[in-house]
Ligand binder design. Structure first.
Ligand code: HEM
Length: 434
């Protein structure tokens, strides 16, 4: 990589982003083009405008709703954004293999990634696009110019492979809660779509903003990391904002009705955030992510009767009400549901209280060569301990769920997602490498 390709995170840009996160006034989201166009001395103006975008999330009478304003989501905080924060419409998820063997080089990359993420989440490019040295490639590829921050969040995680012996000296730091997932009945995992040493989950309301972000991180990491697999997603299948309309999955059912709300701090502390006494201090305030690419046999599902579809979930298709109840939010009465219905089996009461925060997306990746859609649910679940969350539920579902006839798990990965980046001196994974 040439110097020209390194992210140029000038102090001026950092301060622009800092201001973006701290300001509380205004409500207008900047476009990337306008911020860039101001350039140089004009960055102070850019900072003020970017601040307005972030402020849209902060409350106040003249504040536009975050989504419609294309606002920025604060990058700094106790927890990483992209977990409990409101779910955006689009996803680009990438898992990376670490190629470098040099710990210092990896640390430098994580610092560079953090600096780039700080800029991009504020709606700024990672460096020059068309005003740099003509003989060198531009630092930022440019396709997000003119686009709003679009609530971009970048959430970083570390896979089990990073803790391997004789790699980066991290073998003593692997959290017990980050288990390798067992082979569940029915799994048909493609190794080329599974695992990874690092991951970045990019969520945004504009797919081009999410794709741009992953692309810049991959470029910055060139020679040190390589994308192992990635997944595009659309149509969030679970929200963290229960007062909004519940989204529907590719099977046409409301999905995420009984998800953890992003404002339910008690439930988040109990089930999602790693606590101070949980074992790995560097993870306090973080969470564990399970990603599963779940293919749906769409054509078979589409030939299934409405009654059977509803029996499979234990909820009706129109309102989303549990069996025997009339409203979506009515408390499910599990015994009224078929013993193999998805909701009955996945409910905390069937799994010793196991509760996860779901944040998945639908995907359609063309066809499979046999005329069938390669479509399904890219399932993303956050939890305080993988053993007590996903594993506890999936053990039951994989054995008994009536839904299994219509789905197949084809990709799988687990990641430790560290706590939030606190300020401009902090970086992704700092406590891990301390
Ligand atoms: C393609 C696969 C899947 C589909 C289409 C699907 C769909 C649904 C739907 C429609 C609901 C009811 C509405 C709601 O409360 O969200 C639901 C509930 C739920 N699902 Fe899934 N799901 C899938 C896979 C999974 C997996 C792999 C897990 C975890 C291992 C899981 C865990 C849950 C949980 C915990 C609930 C809430 C149960 C409750 O508390 O009532 N789901 N799912």
């Amino acid at each position: 990589m040439t110097d020209a390709q390194e992210p140029k995170v000038s102090e001026a840009q950092e301060s622009a982003q800092e201001s973006a996160q701290e300001s509380t006034g205004g409500a207008t989201a900047p476009s990337r083009r306008s911020v860039l166009g101001w350039g140089g001395a004009g960055l102070a103006l850019g900072a003020a405008a970017a601040g307005g975008a972030v402020a849209a999330l902060g409350g106040g009478s003249d504040i536009a709703p975050a989504a419609s304003a294309g606002a920025a989501v604060p990058f700094h905080g106790e927890h990483q954004a992209g977990i409990a924060s409101a779910v955006q419409d689009r996803l680009h998820f990438a898992a990376f293999d670490v190629k470098t063997k040099d710990r210092e080089e990896l640390v430098k990359l994580l610092k560079d990634w953090t600096a780039a993420a700080r800029l991009m989440t504020a709606g700024l490019p990672v460096g020059d696009v068309f005003e740099g040295v003509p003989e060198a490639p531009p630092t930022d590829t440019g396709e997000a110019l003119g686009l709003k921050p679009s609530r971009l969040t970048l959430t970083f995680g570390v896979g089990p492979g990073l803790f391997a012996k004789d790699r980066f000296g991290l073998e003593g730091k692997r959290p017990e809660a980050l288990v390798d997932l067992e082979a569940f009945p029915g799994d048909n995992l493609d190794q080329a779509r599974s695992g990874g040493d690092l991951c970045v989950q990019a969520c945004a309301d504009d797919p081009q903003v999410a794709v741009h972000a992953i692309r810049q991180l991959a470029r910055i990491g060139f020679g040190k990391v390589a994308v192992r697999w990635s997944q595009l997603g659309f149509g969030k299948t679970s929200s963290t904002t229960p007062d909004e309309q519940t989204p529907r999955n590719m099977m046409g059912f409301k999905d995420g009705t009984r998800n953890i709300s992003g404002t339910d701090t008690a439930a988040l502390d109990k089930h999602v955030w790693v606590g101070a006494g949980d074992g790995s201090d560097w993870m306090t305030g973080g969470s564990y992510l399970v990603a599963r690419r779940i293919r749906m046999h769409i054509e078979t599902w589409d030939r299934t009767s409405l009654r059977e579809q509803e029996d499979i979930f234990g909820r009706d298709k129109g309102e989303g009400a549990p069996v025997g109840k009339s409203k979506e939010r009515d408390e499910p009465f599990l015994k009224a549901m078929k013993p193999d219905s998805h909701v009955r089996l996945a409910h905390p009461d069937s799994n010793d209280g196991a509760t996860i925060l779901r944040r998945g997306y639908s995907f359609t990746d063309g066809t499979d060569g046999l005329g069938r859609l390669d479509a399904g649910l890219f399932f993303l679940a956050y939890q305080r301990d993988v053993r007590k969350g996903f594993v506890a539920i999936q053990r039951r579902l994989s054995k008994n769920d009536a839904l299994n006839e219509y789905i197949q798990h084809v990709g799988s990965a687990v990641f430790a997602v560290p706590p939030g980046v606190r300020d401009k001196d902090d970086w992704w994974g700092r406590a891990l490498f301390a």
